[in-house]
Design a binder for this molecule. Structure first.
Ligand code: ZN
Ligand code: ZN
Length: 158
């Protein structure tokens, strides 16, 4: 579970990564729904109440889907929260990512190849998130259609 890897110190306001011991300590408490957990901040040494770092991020107003980062595909990538094995999938070209980092990597490389793709995403907290659709090129789909095919034709992309 990613959500309990980082915490924010209430004293010095730094976000820090939980060490293995802290993680082991708080994971079961969180699972039980306990909200008040004290941990030590490695930045300032104070005891601080455990606060999930994510709770401080600006709330995402409308959850959007990613533009598919596959060449020649102007489709959308949905997160499919399947209990056995969640994945990201594009309904248009059928590509599937099991690892978010691979989807992220592919976004980085498609933007490097085709700069007009960059408007479909933006950086937030060090990762790509869906961008503002209004900033996409008006002929986005046309541009994408003209892209040469890549040499990766397996549907599972990582
Ligand atoms: Zn601190
Ligand atoms: Zn696609």
């Amino acid at each position: 579970m990613d959500s309990i890897k980082n915490a924010r110190c209430q004293i010095c306001d730094k976000i820090f990564a939980l060490d293995a011991q802290q993680h082991k300590l708080i994971a079961p408490m969180i699972a039980k729904g306990q909200r008040f957990i004290m941990i030590e901040c490695p930045c300032c040494g104070s005891s601080t109440q455990y606060v999930k770092a994510e709770e401080f991020l600006p709330p995402q107003t409308d959850v959007q889907n990613y533009r598919c980062p596959v060449t020649q595909c102007a489709g959308w990538v949905d997160f499919i929260d399947e209990p056995t094995r969640p994945f990201w999938g594009c309904g248009e070209c059928g590509s599937v990512w099991y690892e978010e980092k691979n989807l992220q990597k592919e976004i980085t490389s498609i933007i490097a190849l085709y700069p007009y793709r960059a408007s479909s995403y933006k950086q937030m907290n060090g990762k790509w998130v869906p961008g503002d659709l209004r900033s996409e090129a008006a002929n986005y789909e046309e541009l994408v259609e003209k892209e040469p095919a890549d040499d990766h034709d397996a549907l599972v992309r990582g």
